[in-house]
Structures are given as structure tokens and as C-alpha cells.
Design a protein around this ligand. Sequence first.
Ligand SMILES: Cc1cc2nc3c(=O)[nH]c(=O)nc-3n(C[C@H](O)[C@H](O)[C@H](O)COP(=O)(O)OP(=O)(O)OC[C@H]3O[C@@H](n4cnc5c(N)ncnc54)[C@H](O)[C@@H]3O)c2cc1C
Length: 418
Amino acid sequence: MTDAATSNKADVIVLGAGIVGVSAAYAARQRGLSVILVDRREPGSETSYGNAGILSSGSISPLNNPSLWKALPKYLTNRHPALRWDPVWAIRNIDWVVRFLANATPSRTRPRATALHGLIGASLKLHREWIVKADAAQRIRETGWLKAWRGDAVAAAKAEQALLAEYGIASQLLDRQAISALEPNILPVYQVGLLHTQTASVDSPGAVVKAYARMFAGSGGEVSQSDIKAIAPEGDGWRVVLADGVMSARHIVVALGPWSADLLRPLGYRVPLAFERGYHREFRPNPVRSLQRPIHDADGSFLMTPMEQGIRVTSGVELTARDAPSSLVQIDAVAEVARGVLQFGETVGEPWRGSRPTLPDSLPMIGPAPRHSGLWLAFGNQHIGFTTGPATGAAIAAMIAGAEPSFDVAAFSPSRYL
Ligand SMILES: Cc1cc2nc3c(=O)[nH]c(=O)nc-3n(C[C@H](O)[C@H](O)[C@H](O)COP(=O)(O)OP(=O)(O)OC[C@H]3O[C@@H](n4cnc5c(N)ncnc54)[C@H](O)[C@@H]3O)c2cc1C
């Protein structure tokens, strides 16, 4: 790390060292550009730290798909583990809510699934390459991801399998016995399972981002720790005002995850970014009751996955202001249910909260800001940002260098909202 005050000029300054920013920085460096990566914390310390670490090949269907309408009545009760929402927030952000729901139609879902499939495919390729280069290959598990239902959900599982198959994504339908054979240490609570066989996972997403940041530094990039206060055009480039100095560059990349909209507002961009907050709790693993892969309990609306520190249980969505006080109701409720699936020990560490940054169409912004040259936007990766960070960053680096990204970025253009 360097002291920000001593740094000044580069081809590119990347703002934010989550998975998206670190990836953009590394990819830009690979293209021979001089790059400074700035974050107020160490790389991979926020949203990219506390997620479930799933590198999901199959998360092509955005949350606002047609099945949302069927689930809506139970969500409106505000008691469902999948979704808690703050009515005051919803009224204040009714525009976002309406636009989010309006996208949940068949004709608006299919093109988004196709766009996400391209982004995910490109990203998984990079993750698998970079994790080896970054000397972190021991962290990745190619054991798939099990989605499991407690009731007779064969029809739902088959429908999901059919959609995945249309995109060439492999999965296996499992019955109770097959689930027990796959995960012998869980109690036999699930009747139906769908194993996403091409999905991988990591045992510490934060450590993976840190390893990628070290790889960036090793390639000649500069990592700088400082609070970013403002950005402003300067000559044919940009000035970045930090708590302890100023930097400038021809290009800047806004990869600030859930904080991205804040710095853009003074430039006249009103980004419709909402925060699908989520929590995790970790538990001491029982050494004779281990888990081989992440499990998504479809009826319980939680995920549990083996991590370096223990069994990590993550919650569904809490729709509210980004910085509203935490409520542990949702995570504590699902953690109890998870304990009925896998015997694990006491809590390890403190509960964690993060915000999935989400635009109304559940697609990230990847591309140039419409009214400012040299300003690049890379955020809004919702539930799958750990998966999609590398290709998001690599596409930005390609565009800065005047090259074609490796997947079709048209659907991710910032100009659709700005
Ligand atoms: C509970 C939960 C589970 C999830 N599980 C998965 C999963 O299994 N798989 C998956 O693919 N995705 C998952 N996600 C989503 C994923 O974690 C996010 O989409 C992704 O981490 C977003 O990355 P990012 O780089 O955009 O943001 P971040 O990781 O939040 O990075 C933004 C960075 O900007 C910095 N920053 C902000 N403001 C400033 C400032 N003013 N000055 C300096 N620095 C600043 C922050 O410190 C931070 O490091 C999950 C999310 C949650 C909440």
C-alpha cells in the first residue's frame, strides 16, 4: 500500500477495491495502462467480503422475473424470510419499486437472462484463470451448488433445469436418496434437489479479492488507501479529491458498489440504485458433520456454505435504506432453521451486513458515463457481483483501451438510466 498523498497521476484511477474495482484495475494493468486503485479500506473488505462466495454459472434469471408475481402476496406480509421491506423506504422509493416490478414480465426477462449469461460465462472463465495466477487456487471448490426443496417441488426444479439447459448450463435433478449420497452429513429434510454442476465456490471471498489485489500490485499497479471525497473533470481528464490529497488521471472508474451513486450525484447523474441488504452469521463447524458445497434452502430462503472460518449462513433480502440500522430478525430466524439441517457449533465472530447494489432491471452498469468523457461506470452487480466482478472490470478495461469486450455489453449501457 502507498500513502495516497504521495500519489498523483495515472492513466486510470479505479475508485473502489471490491471484486469489481480490483478486477478493473488488474485488467487495465494487463493492457499496459498505469493504474491506481483507491479504497478507504483494504481490498475486499465490504460487500465482496461477506457474500456467500458462490461463483454461479446458473444465476441468469434476475430476481424480478415473472415468478415474483406469484410470491408477491406472501412478501407483502413482511414476515417472509426471503424479503423484509421498510414501508417508509418503499414509499420514498416508489419509482424504483414500480420500475423493478415492471421488469418482471416474460418479454423483459428473457433478454436480461441472455445478457447475464454472457457476463457470467466471461467472468467464470476469468475467475478460474486468475485464482490460479493469484496463488489462491486452493480456495476454489468445483463441487457445484445444491438448491434444495423440502416439499414436492419436482415441477419447479424441472422448470429451472429446462431454462438452464436452454443456455447450455448443466444441472442434475436429485431425489432424497441422491441428496443424502451427495451431502451425507445433512439431515434428510429435502425431497428434491437441483445440483448446479458447473458452479464453483470459494472458502473466503474476501481473501480471494485480496489475492487478486496482490496480483494487481505485483503487475506494477498501485494500491492506495484513502477516503474518496469527490470527483471532478480537469482538463482532458479527472481529479479525484481524497481525504489526504488529490490524484488525477485521464480515466476514472467508479466501482464503489453500493456507494457508487453518491459521488455521481454532484455531476448531475441520478442513479436509481437500491440496496438489497443481506446478513451473514458464521458458526463453528462440527468436525464430523462437514458440508461439501453451498446449499440454497429454497423454502427456508437462506444459504449455507462452508467457509474458512466456519459455516456461513446468509439471509434473504432486506429492502431499506443502505445505512439504516441493522435488524438481526431475518438472519437469526434462518440460522435456527439452518441448524435443523446441519449440526454446527457456536457463533464465530459478529453478524455481518452488506448491501447488494441493484438497478431496476437487475443488470449492472458497465460502460461510459453518457455526458462525461473518461468517466466509466462499473456497479450494480446485485446478487451475483462476486461471480460477475472479473468480466465487469475486464470489459471496462477493454473499452478504455479502445478494444471490444469479450461479451456483449449493450444491455449494460449506463445510458439506459442516465
Ligand atoms: C448476503 C449476500 C450474499 C451474497 N452472495 C453472493 C454470492 O454467493 N455470489 C455472488 O456472486 N455474489 C454474492 N453477493 C453479491 C456480491 O457480494 C456483490 O454484488 C459484490 O460484492 C459487489 O462488489 P463491488 O465491488 O461492486 O462492491 P464492494 O465489494 O462493496 O466494493 C466497493 C468498495 O468501495 C469502497 N468505497 C465506497 N465508498 C468509498 C469512498 N468514499 N472512498 C473510498 N472507498 C470507498 C468500499 O470500501 C468497498 O471496498 C452477495 C451479497 C450479499 C449481501
